[in-house]
Design a protein around this ligand. Structure first.
Ligand code: ADE
Ligand code: ZN
Length: 324
């Protein structure tokens, strides 16, 4: 099965590129930029990745990305991930990035965009890997700040495949960002949002009704609301589910308890993704393998999940046909 899953062409629709920063690269960049890390070694960093919830992870995630300073750093970060993903049979990656987490440290948007763009072109050329870019707003920051970032990104609007919404979910409902998402819609930029990871099912409804998103990131808590499940099924809304992330952030206790089989049973369109692979113990292939081990899914199920990801990706028709 490992061989089959490795060779199955997979698209990753839910990845935070800053969450792909492996401790080895974190140390290399810290040295290059003369930054002191709070860890004595790579092993100590990995040992610190023991989370009790989303916030406890976000604290280390924002601290870890402090080593990213130059366009070259962002290039190296993305290329490091693209190479690993390509090695496990990933043919297309849609990456969230968090401009506010860099702007607040004095790293200008053009630095981030230049580094990521160079890496995307190199991945296409060297690995045959396509990618899409999702500019995420931090939901625990003011909506006005998100609007400023969207306006500041004017030179890059053409390069954005979507805008997204991430960071601490509880107490930060999608409705807070209605104006920002309306502006994105007016600009013709598609929209996605994290909802129903730690937050309640109402946040999923709100993301659909108020933000007009085309995909829900996570969405696993929809099962608490049967009418919502029926709506997601009827409207064919795709959920980008991240099983290993949900275990590591204690959304579920064990992978065996994960709602994925019930979501599948309910007829929802699902995809399997890694979220923050450097922090959660594995990439897309590891997430597929964990599902195989926990749920005993057949090849047909994985073919369907991988096919859904290619259908739901921000891809041009030509590339989509080539991948199908
Ligand atoms: N930012 C990076 N990973 C995230 C996650 N799993 N949920 C919300 N925000 C995030
Ligand atoms: Zn995420």
């Amino acid at each position: 099965m490992r061989d089959f899953l490795e060779h199955l062409p997979k698209a990753e629709l839910h990845l935070h590129i800053e969450g792909s920063l492996e401790p080895e690269l974190m140390f290399a960049l810290a040295e290059r930029n003369r930054i002191q890390l709070p860890y004595a070694s790579v092993e100590q960093a990995r040992a610190a990745y023991d989370f009790s919830d989303l916030q406890s992870f976000l604290d280390l995630y924002y601290r870890g990305m402090s080593v990213l300073r130059t366009a070259e750093d962002f290039h190296d970060l993305a290329m490091d991930y693209f190479r690993r993903a390509s090695g496990e049979g990933v043919v297309h990656v849609e990456m969230h990035f968090d401009p506010q987490a860099h702007l607040s440290r004095g790293i200008p948007l053009p630095v981030v965009m230049e580094g990521l763009s160079l890496a995307r072109r190199a991945a296409e050329r060297e690995l045959g890997l396509s990618s899409a870019l999702i500019m995420a707003f931090l939901r625990d920051r003011p909506a006005e700040e998100a609007m400023q970032v969207l306006e500041r990104a004017a030179p890059y609007w053409e390069m954005l495949d979507a805008v997204g919404l991430d960071s601490a979910e509880r107490g930060n409902p999608p409705a807070k960002f209605v104006e920002v998402f309306e502006r994105a819609r007016a600009l013709g930029i598609p929209r996605v949002a994290h909802a129903g990871e730690e937050g309640p099912p109402e946040y999923i409804r709100e993301a659909l009704d108020r933000l007009d998103v085309c995909r829900i990131d996570h969405g696993v808590r929809c099962l608490e609301d049967p009418a919502l499940v029926a709506r997601l099924r009827d409207e064919g809304i795709v959920l980008t589910v991240c099983p290993l992330s949900n275990v590591r952030l204690k959304v579920v206790e064990r992978i065996e308890d994960h709602p994925l089989p019930r979501l599948l049973e309910a007829g929802l369109r699902l995809t399997i993704n890694s979220d923050d692979p450097a922090y959660f113990g594995g990439g897309v292939l590891d997430n597929y393998l964990a599902c195989h081990q926990a749920f005993g899914w057949s090849r047909e199920v994985f073919i369907e999940l991988a096919g859904t990801a290619i259908e739901a990706a921000f891809l041009g028709n030509e590339r989509r046909l080539a991948l199908h």
